[in-house]
Design a protein around this ligand. Structure first.
Ligand code: GLY
Length: 363
């Protein structure tokens, strides 16, 4: 099992380990019992993940002597809202949860974001652990302490920064993912190559064929590389005051597309489109050479992710969503642009006149 330490805030209290391995359920349970003691461990998951992995995790935690319960809520992005928070909080109280309890988020991005949010506010905060089961959550959302729920007008508009006590990443969970779920994670992996590591981008170009990219040795290497990139960014800028913004490459337009499609587009599909748009804006603004933009588009296509914005998403609606982005400054919409692959920067504001033709050009 590999272990990566996330050192935060120069105080050991908010630092934590990301443990990565293949089929690590029993070791994970032992480590939780040894290092994350609590009066009551409560696993929170969604209806899909609960069915697949809930009882095995519960049994492993019981085997090491823990007092464990499980709460399930309906799967899917529409459940990531305040009603689910209130419902889960009520069920926590029914189970007798108190400030000596510890929550365990078992699932993908929705579960991790929602459970992290509940942990950050339940009884003015209780500890939690992330056990990400999707590729997207393993390489991105489980690390760095961003928690959130959606509001009707936009994604992740209520949230906190609240770090987990530990992240346990078991690659064996990936074998239960659908093709679409796996490709969602590939979008975030491609993002890390684009923003931080030109060598990793080349590795992806050489291995994006379905039979190669799922090789367990390569996957372990990629997940570890992404976790190391993310942790080093989060260590410098935990609360997204500056550097951490580069992790949002492709997400500004991505979140707008995702919300405008009422989540018919998955997060990975929307981010893939957002990454292409950001590369095109970079090229049109004279920052990025066309060869690099073409490589980005080719890799995204090879990963089975979309390159065209669906016609049913009207440009005006997408622009209105962009104006609601929580990362905007007044009327300025910040985009993460590229000087080259591996060299991103935060642009001070992109005019609607530049964004509109890029959206239209991707029909
Ligand atoms: N997913 C972007 C971040 O954690 O900052």
């Amino acid at each position: 099992m590999r272990s990566i330490k996330v050192n935060l805030d120069k105080k050991s209290l908010s630092s934590y380990e990301i443990c990565i391995g293949n089929s690590i359920l029993d070791r994970m349970a032992l480590l939780i019992a040894k290092n994350h003691k609590a009066g009551h461990h409560i696993v929170i998951t969604d209806s899909n993940v609960g069915k697949l992995h809930g009882s095995k995790l519960l049994a492993a935690l019981k085997d090491v002597g823990l007092n464990v319960d499980l709460i399930e809520f309906p799967a899917g992005e529409p459940a990531k809202n305040i009603h689910t928070v209130v419902d889960v909080a009520g069920r926590l109280l029914d189970l007798g949860a108190d400030r000596n309890s510890l929550l365990i988020a078992l699932g993908g991005g929705v579960v991790g974001d929602l459970v992290g949010f509940i942990a950050s506010i339940f009884m003015r905060s209780i500890p939690y652990i992330q056990i990400p089961t999707t590729l997207l959550a393993q390489v991105d959302s489980s690390i760095g302490g961003k928690t959130a729920i959606d509001l009707p007008c936009g994604k992740n508009l209520l949230g906190t920064f609240y770090q987990p006590q530990a992240v346990f990443t078991d690659l064996s969970y990936l074998s239960s993912l659908t093709e679409e779920e796996f490709n969602n994670g590939l979008a975030e992996i491609i993002k890390y190559g684009i923003i931080d590591d030109a060598k990793m981008f080349r590795l992806l170009e050489d291995n994006m064929e379905p039979e190669k990219i799922k090789d367990p040795v390569l996957l372990l290497k990629l997940v570890e590389l992404c976790c190391r990139i993310k942790k080093s960014i989060v260590e410098i800028d935990e609360k997204e005051q500056g550097l951490r913004r580069i992790l949002n490459y492709g997400h500004t337009l991505g979140h707008a597309l995702e919300a405008q499609s009422a989540f018919a587009l998955s997060h990975g599909e929307a981010v893939a489109l957002g990454m292409i748009a950001a590369a095109r804006i970079s090229e049109n603004s004279g920052y990025l050479e066309s060869g690099s933009r073409e490589r980005i588009e080719r890799l995204i296509r090879k990963a089975g992710l979309p390159c065209r914005i669906p016609e049913y998403l009207a440009t005006g609606g997408i622009i209105s969503r962009l104006k609601m982005d929580k990362k905007k400054d007044g009327d300025i919409i910040h985009f993460i642009l590229l000087k080259k692959i591996g060299m991103p920067f935060v642009n001070g504001g992109i005019d609607e006149k530049i964004i509109t033709p890029v959206i239209e050009g991707m029909r």
